[in-house]
Design a protein around this ligand. Sequence first.
Ligand code: GDP
Length: 296
Amino acid sequence: MFDSLSDRLGGILDRLKKRGALTEADVGEAMREVRRALIEADVALDVVRSFTDKVRTRAVGAEVVKSVTPGQMVVKIVHDELVAMLGSDAKPIDLEAAPPVPVLMVGLQGSGKTTSTAKIARRLKDRAGRKVLMASLDTRRPAAMEQLATLGKQVSVDTLPIVAGQSAVQIARRAMEAARLGGFDVVMLDTAGRVTLDEALMAEVAEVKAATGPHEVLLVADSLTGQDAVNTAKAFDARVGLTGIVLTRADGDGRGGAALSMRAVTGKPIKLVGTGEKMDALEDFDPRRIAGRILG
Ligand code: GDP
């Protein structure tokens, strides 16, 4: 996802590193190039501006340590600010609550919500030894319910039996009850997606949230949609309240803008990234590692 940005930034910073002495004008010129590269990567304009301003201010005022060149110093500042922009520390899914812990999955249709629900369930089962129950609340698309059941079989995670005619809230309540009776640790609630953001979707998600009190509300967003993914996150957060983001299709050739501006624009951490269609294609989002990858 970050290949072309990484090439561009790598080139700019390499040139900077090789310079013996740096003037304020050199830093200014490099920041203009960094700014252009970030805008081309589809990073939100405000975020780009604040990022380059911070780097410039720190770089101009920085005391250069003897062991590094001024160029290396600027590169270090760019790295640090990039890590800060991405959210500093990895933020794993938080399940510290009395079981069964509800996790609400929200997002637009086609974002990879159902796939991510099953991937996360599999990971919680395999890595953390949790007993997980999944339930699809997509009452309008029976195919979505069946898709979750199929994935559940594939990853050996239980899904709530499908009962026709129930509302999303009724299914969510039934899932919580079944989890209590069955001694489950986690309940993954896969809400219905829509093609566009609409009030009916938001109202339904809000109602399910109120009925279940989820510990995590994770937005699944498609990184290929760039700024639209960020706007979707903003809208869901304003209406429903999010605790984190799962960014899918990081294996695609998206320009990286969504990943880079998500945290700064929404204040919510990207917790996980989807890196393929397979059930094991899910990675933690670690800002330090990502910054390292981008800067090469
Ligand atoms: P939903 O409508 O949001 O529930 O979306 P689905 O989970 O059905 O996913 C839609 C399509 O995207 C499916 O073909 C998935 O296999 C695919 N998909 C989901 N996540 C990823 C990902 O991280 N990378 C890639 N390449 N494909 C993904």
